[in-house]
Design a protein. Structure first.
Lengths: 181, 449
């Protein structure tokens, strides 16, 4: 899929991109690199290939290296292919106190993958992440735009089963579902 | 019920919408600021209020504002720091999600005071859905004439934009944030020059935390003196506290500064006491970067005075027996928690989040993480504990930005107050931890594994 897909934004996406660029004074459009990388990641299978980053560089008229060095700095950008749903489980501080380690083990077992791995059907990637600001509702995970809080094993099972049956890609740029607390 | 300046309407249905927010008295401060006050008089009110930066550093906001350079013909910027990433802190997310217009209102009033005509809210990437809520609120504010050209028919104009990050704790540091906003890696800048002189795109810039900017609204509405009457001493006003960990009622609470810690912890109005009737072991009172205190020292100062939720009382005794209010991330640990494992968790975090610019931080955080793992894994020696102490001392004060201190202080405090527990791991290494799990997961090979 990724190999044959044309790496180009359509007109509708370009309108969003141009609106973002208009947020900055003239000549300061480089500021748009992070917001546009988010769009590129959502459009092109959830990760940033070199052609996807080159596209962003050409739109912003900056050197490709200026995009690569940014993409590689921030943890939300995937530089390798990922599953349709990236399960990001917070492992820091209060989440750790409230059982994040057990939650990670549980998900590993359920999906039969290790942290960082992707299921063979390409549905899920499991990732541990640092504090997501959901400490009062720990343990928690983020999938795309959605925060899932006060997790229990049962709750996670239901959520993952639902994502699997829907089979849809979840991106940060999606509209969030009504949040489950 | 406690007084609420920021969260008075947080449970009103529909308060996230413009119409309900306006009906509850919203946007009065903009009206007052633009029609009855001058920029200078607002800065004066903020100075009088005694408001201190709510992101963690506690620097007086009015003073920070008065440092802003005003060279003619050069734009000035206000940037809101909504990069909330300090472990244990979730108050800004709560505020922005529940009452987005309060932040928008604060941004307009503050931007007017600073003479900024373009302002940004830099929000951490993980809060994408919150950014959407803010964008919606901004759209409503434009539609109702609170943003854009000639606001309320005055000659003041303001554009406000939300800028999304992409996952980096370091971007909460204000110069790293500005780098990120300029479309670069989040590497903190060497200071001076401070952002007040050369900030965003080299222009004079103020960077303030979400809660700080929200607090400008009641300060302008009711006056700086009224705000300063709340609280205790130099800790004026109210503060949002993010309470988490082993308590009955985790959540965000607005308190008058000066509330006794014991009351905050045990009252049903706040944390509601320890979960499951367990004993309190320790508290990290201001986000993961501040020194951990054992139960006796968090409830009472070394002199036996009740410890209060204020900058001064939490700081009483210095780092020997005190801590800091920080961001107000109040993490409670019961008797079942291993301080060594908790410290390993924190240290692993700082190692992961170090931007890598300064050797003491980049290397030191990694070494501390590895040594802590070695101790937890049953291979530690007494010398390792001393080595940890030595390394943290060689990070503190030797880096471009305070991430170095943020990583060093928790290590120092844990050893200072709980050295016996570290020694126990060394002497009785039978309790092998599941920390191994983490390393296996990440295909890492730690020291001693």
């Amino acid at each position: 899929m990724a190999a044959t897909q044309e790496i180009k934004f359509n007109d509708k996406t370009m309108a969003v991109v141009n609106k973002i660029i208009s947020h900055y004074p003239e000549g300061k459009h480089k500021s748009a690199v992070i917001p546009i990388l988010h769009i590129a990641q959502a459009e092109f299978d959830g990760w940033l290939s070199a052609p996807a980053m080159d596209l962003v560089a050409s739109i912003l008229k900056i050197q490709p290296i200026e995009v690569y060095e940014v993409a590689s700095f921030y943890s939300m950008f995937n530089l390798k292919p990922v599953g349709k749903c990236v399960i990001e489980v917070c492992r820091t501080s209060s989440c750790w106190l409230m059982g994040a380690e057990d939650m990670i083990k549980h998900i590993e077992k359920k999906l039969n993958i290790k942290n960082g791995g992707t299921t063979s059907d390409g549905m899920f990637t499991l990732k541990t992440v640092e504090c997501l600001g959901s400490c009062g509702t720990a343990p928690m995970m983020q999938v795309g735009a959605d925060y899932y809080e006060n997790l229990t094993f049962d709750k996670v099972d239901v959520l993952l089963d639902k994502m699997k049956s829907e089979g849809k890609r979840k991106s940060y740029t999606d509209k969030a579902e009504s949040r489950t607390e | 019920m406690a007084r609420k300046l920021l969260l008075e309407h947080d449970h009103v249905p529909g308060i996230a919408s413009y119409s309900v927010y306006k009906e509850k008295g919203g946007y009065r401060s903009v009206e007052k600021a633009l029609k009855q006050m001058t920029a200078e008089s607002i800065v004066e009110e903020v100075k009088k209020s005694g408001l201190r930066g709510r992101g963690g550093a506690g620097f007086p906001t009015g003073m920070k504002w008065s440092f802003l350079a005003k060279p003619p013909g050069v734009p000035r910027y206000l940037v809101c720091n909504a990069d909330e990433s300090e472990p244990g802190t979730f108050k800004d997310r709560y505020l922005m999600e529940r009452i987005p217009h309060l932040l928008i209102e604060g941004m307009i009033t503050s931007s007017f005071a600073l003479g900024a005509n373009t302002s940004y809210i830099y929000i951490r990437g993980e809060y994408f859905y919150v950014a959407r809520i803010l964008e919606q609120a901004i759209e409503e504010a434009y539609a109702n004439g609170w943003l854009g050209k000639n606001i309320l028919g005055t000659d003041y104009s303001l554009d406000l934009h939300v800028q999304i990050g992409a996952g980096a704790y370091i971007c909460g540091e204000e110069t790293a944030l500005l780098e990120s906003l300029e479309g670069k890696r989040g590497n903190p800048r060497i200071k001076p020059p401070f952002p007040a002189i050369a900030g965003l795109w080299g222009c004079p810039t103020v960077v303030n935390n979400v809660e700080t900017i929200a607090a400008v609204v009641p300060i302008v509405n009711d006056g700086g003196e009224a705000y300063a009457k709340i609280g205790i001493g130099k800790s004026t006003g109210t503060k949002l506290i993010s309470a988490s960990g082993h308590i009955n009622k985790p959540g965000v609470y607005e308190i008058d500064l000066g509330l006794p810690v014991e009351e905050f912890l045990n009252s049903d109005e706040y944390c509601g006491g320890m979960r499951g009737g367990k004993k309190l072991k320790a508290v990290v009172a201001g986000g993961s970067s501040v020194p951990i205190l054992p139960a006796n020292l968090i409830l009472k100062t070394a002199n036996g005075e009740p410890r209060l939720m204020s900058y001064e009382s939490l700081g009483d005794g210095g780092f020997q027996t005190g801590t800091m209010l920080g961001s107000g991330g109040f993490i409670v640990m019961d008797e079942t928690v291993s301080i060594v494992k908790n410290l390993w968790n924190f240290t692993r975090f700082y190692h992961h989040e170090s931007c890598g610019q300064c050797s003491p931080c980049r290397e030191g955080t990694g070494w501390m993480e590895k040594i802590l793992h070695k101790i937890l894994d049953g291979h530690g020696t007494i010398e390792d504990i001393d080595l940890l102490w030595d390394i943290q001392g060689k990070i503190e004060g030797k880096t471009i930005c305070p991430l170095g201190e943020a990583a060093a202080w928790p290590v120092a405090a844990a050893i200072r107050h709980f050295r016996a527990e570290f020694e126990e791991y060394v002497k009785n290494p039978s309790g092998i931890s599941d920390v191994k799990h983490y390393y296996r997961l990440n295909n890492l090979s730690p020291v001693g594994a």
